[in-house]
Design a protein around this ligand. Structure first.
Ligand code: 26Q
Length: 816
């Protein structure tokens, strides 16, 4: 097991006290919570650093292949608790804290959360890092050190207001700056041909240089000595150039250079739904990608010598969606322009080294850049893309002779745009979907033409979540209960959670399970009272929809259903249902009007219900402000019903769905993304499936067989609720006109109700009625809930990572 740096409680206590003395010049009694947090984090960090050094030495010695996982987002969440957990020191720290008179929870809450991601894609990257380290795989995550993460959300008068996320204000206890591993990144400029050596060399002149400086954050494996690293690149202006230019009187130019460096890593873009050709965003992508590729080459040379032909045996690059796709032409550029490779040799190295995962089939989210922008900002990269495109189209022409349209759809450059997904499919050795259904859709639709010529590249590996953060850390009550019942084998082999199945109808186990859920509900309610002065009655069922706000995720379906329930209660004094607290957690991209209207609508429905004396005895709506990783850790363990209700085909996988399942929530959901596999894992009798299936949705989109107005006319409850949207029942008349119109008439010439909210409304309502009936039968409900936890082990990211490694990366685990 672990060889390095196990501290006992005495060492922990001594370290905390002495750090307070040395760093803050104060005693424990005098210290603020923040100072104590820093002393504790520093103590944990000392333990980690010992292992980090050991890991680096072991990797060097074993000369294995390294993974570089590139992602423009890593939504890590707080580190202190998970680091203590993964060091297997929870008990020691608890004891030390008790003896020092400290409260662990209070101190954990002092840590600012790094929100360096929007949602699923970024959180997946974080879960992957946890599993990579735990599986002893040598890996480095590579990203941007944003000064401001995703905005903080407040709800004021029912509407979203955005505030800046200043997570670095008090420093980051976990990062280690590595100025000696900085690289220069070049933007803009012009190309000059240089024949001075006899051969043609392309030279970039008059460019704007920016220095990329890395900060490393350790990622601790669970119960092992492996510590991997998340490398976050930060931009600085090159000082020498400043000085030189100032010396020459070119103040203006010097300030321009400084300008780019200053804005480059300022802020994470808050859109995860929609592509917008922002030139700064293109610069961000190139910045961290180029820095990473330069580092990969330098590290290879350091460890294996100057001949780079063996690179694919020692390094594999994984790109998390297309955003780091410029790694492909950047690697070509360095190999050809700086290392003297021929085109063919460079292409062979690159196409054996890079693998790609796609996370969306939504056309509007596919990354495309105007060719003019690419040419102006990255002239050499653009030139390489042109040549890659020329050669690609030549090959495609042979496969699809004469089919110009098809080839244009597969090209890297077409219709004045750079099509990043085509670049990635064409020049990587592996293209993956994130669930089985998503993988099938990629093959039969999004990349069908590519699948026709290179079928061997395609695979689907279903996403996962780290059960360490999402069960052990977030839900200690359930964790202990599970361990009492089946031991702790599942911690290392999560599929062994299955062993719980034999307790699903055991009365004593059920009672304890219910107790844990009740405790978690109380904890959530108290947390909500503290954070937004609004708790709930813990005897209410907790029904949660927590995820980014998107039309395709259909928060509107949920809210419209609440309005219908309200009407049933208001119109019928004898109507009853098991009381429910419906919680929404969702941020909308600041520029996404429709999403913001939906937030407003949810809050308006909530207000209406709260004001009605009988309705508020059966229903309560809470909009949880600023949904983020830390909020999820409190919310998910308390949830009894999980809403996973996207329009089938639209949610590539979903990962929140897995977290709720693992914590014993039942799912009401469509057969979309990984819900399909959750349904298979737990059995149809333990999940509430409703709505149009993927093939029906595809048929509707193709054939226009669906008329939203038919539902409006036939379903009187829908008609009434929709009319209330616009007649002043909820807000000033007119407030929700756009929502109403999009459901009934469509917009911009598109179809009415494009996400099939009304189409699925009837079957959603019926599924909710089944939920209510089952909730009235606690034995049945608990049995189903336990089955969900028991069958969730497959969705551990340890399984996902094992599959990626077996099918794609082929890394050898570090041997300890
Ligand atoms: C688009 C254009 C230019 C630059 C960036 C982007 C951009 C940025 C972020 C596009 C998409 C995203 C984020 C996508 C995302 O989070 N997708 C989710 O990924 C999860 C992990 O695989 C899945 O579980 C979700 O189903 C999927 O929606």
């Amino acid at each position: 097991m672990q060889k390095y740096a196990v501290y006992d409680k005495e060492e922990i206590k001594k370290s905390i006290v002495s750090k307070l003395q040395r760093h803050n010049g104060c005693s424990l009694a005098e210290a603020t919570e923040k100072q104590i947090y820093n002393a504790v984090a520093d103590t944990v960090r000392d333990q980690i650093m010992n292992k980090l050094v050991a890991t680096r030495q072991a990797v060097k010695q074993q000369k294995g292949k390294q993974l570089y996982y590139l992602s423009v987002e890593f939504l890590m969440g707080r580190s202190l608790h998970s680091n203590i957990l993964n060091l297997c020191e929870t008990a020691e720290y608890k004891q030390a804290f008790d003896e020092l008179g400290l409260n662990l929870q209070d101190i954990l809450h002092e840590e600012p959360e790094p929100g360096l991601g929007n949602g699923g894609l970024g959180r997946l990257a974080a879960c992957f890092m946890d599993s990579l380290a735990t599986e002893d795989l040598p890996a480095m995550g590579c990203t941007i050190r944003y000064e401001y993460g995703l905005f903080r959300q407040r709800i004021i008068d029912g509407q979203q207001v955005e505030l800046p996320d200043t997570w670095l204000d008090n420093g980051n206890a976990w990062e280690v700056p590595k100025p000696e591993e900085s690289f220069e990144i070049r933007f803009g400029g012009r190309l000059e041909e240089d024949w001075s050596s006899g051969d043609l060399h392309v030279k970039l002149v008059d460019y704007t240089p920016v220095i990329a400086m890395p900060y490393d954050m350790p990622v601790v494996g669970y119960d092992t000595d492996t510590v991997d690293v998340l490398r976050m690149w930060s931009a600085r202006s090159p000082r020498e150039i400043d000085l030189k230019r100032f010396g020459e009187g070119q103040y203006q130019k010097a300030l321009e250079v400084r300008g780019l460096a200053e804005v480059l890593c300022k802020v994470l873009y808050p859109e995860d739904d929609h592509w917008a050709g922002k030139s700064l965003r293109l610069n961000q992508h190139y910045f961290f990608t180029s820095a990473t590729v330069q580092y990969i080459i330098a590290a290879y040379k350091r460890d294996f010598g100057p001949d780079l032909h063996g690179l694919p045996d020692k390094a594999v690059i994984h790109i998390n969606d297309t955003h780091p796709g410029l790694a492909i032409p950047e690697l070509m550029r360095i190999l050809m322009d700086e290392e003297g490779f021929s085109w063919e040799d460079a292409e062979s190295v690159v196409s054996h080294m890079v693998a790609y995962t796609n996370h969306t089939i939504m056309q509007e989210a596919l990354e495309r850049w105007p060719e003019d922008m690419m040419r102006a900002q990255l002239p050499r990269i653009y030139q390489i893309l042109q040549e890659m495109n020329r050669r690609l189209c030549e090959k495609l022409w042979k496969a699809y002779p004469g089919e110009w349209n098809r080839i244009a759809g597969m090209a890297i450059l077409a219709y004045g745009q750079v099509h990043m997904a085509n670049l990635c499919v064409a020049y990587t050795f592996s293209t993956n979907g994130v669930s089985q259904l998503h993988g099938d859709i990629l093959k039969r639709s999004t990349f069908a033409d590519y699948y026709g010529v290179m079928p061997e590249k395609f695979s689907a590996i279903t996403n996962g979540i780290t059960h360490r953060r999402w069960l052990m850390l977030a839900n200690p009550g359930l964790t202990s209960l599970v361990c009492e019942a089946i031991g702790d084998g599942w911690v290392k082999e999560p599929e062994r959670l299955k062993e719980l199945l034999k307790y699903k109808d055991d009365a004593a186990f059920q009672e304890n399970f219910a107790q844990v859920k009740a405790d978690n509900k109380r904890r959530l309610s108290q947390w909500l009272i503290l954070s937004q002065s609004d708790g709930f009655d813990p005897s209410f069922m907790v029904d949660t929809q927590a995820k980014r706000l998107h039309e395709y995720k259909r928060q509107l379906l949920n809210a419209l259903h609440l309005l219908v329930l309200y009407n049933r209660i208001a119109d019928d004094p004898n109507f009853t249902m098991p009381p429910r607290c419906v919680i929404f957690g969702a941020k909308a991209s600041p520029g996404y009007r429709r999403a913001k209207q939906i937030i407003h609508f949810i809050n308006a429905v909530g207000r209406l219900i709260a004001a009605h004396p009988r309705a508020n005895k059966m229903l309560k709506v809470i909009f949880l402000e600023n949904y983020c990783v830390s909020a999820a850790e409190v919310l998910i363990p308390a949830t009894e019903l999980s809403e996973q209700i996207s329009t089938a085909t639209k949610e590539a996988s979903g990962t929140g769905n897995m977290k709720f399942m693992m914590n014993g929530a039942l799912t009401i959901g469509t057969l979309d993304g990984a819900n399909v596999e959750m349904d298979e894992a737990v059995g149809r009798e333990n999940i509430y499936i409703f709505g149009a299936r993927a093939h029906e949705v595809e048929a509707i989109y193709q054939g226009g067989l669906y008329q939203a107005s038919d539902v409006f006319e036939r379903n009187q409850e829908v008609r009434k609720a929709m009319t209330q949207m616009i007649d002043g029942t909820l807000a000033e008349p007119g407030t929700f006109n756009e929502l109403y119109h999009s459901l009934l008439f469509g917009e911009h010439g598109g179809m009415a109700d494009p996400y099939l909210v009304l189409k699925d409304f009837g079957s959603y309502t019926m599924a909710q009625e089944r939920v209510n009936a089952d909730y009235l039968n606690p034995q049945k409900w608990l049995s189903m809930a336990i089955a969900n936890t028991a069958c969730s082990g497959y969705f551990s990211s340890d399984r996902t990572i094992a599959e990626y490694n077996e099918k794609i990366w082929r890394l050898d685990p570090i041997e300890w």
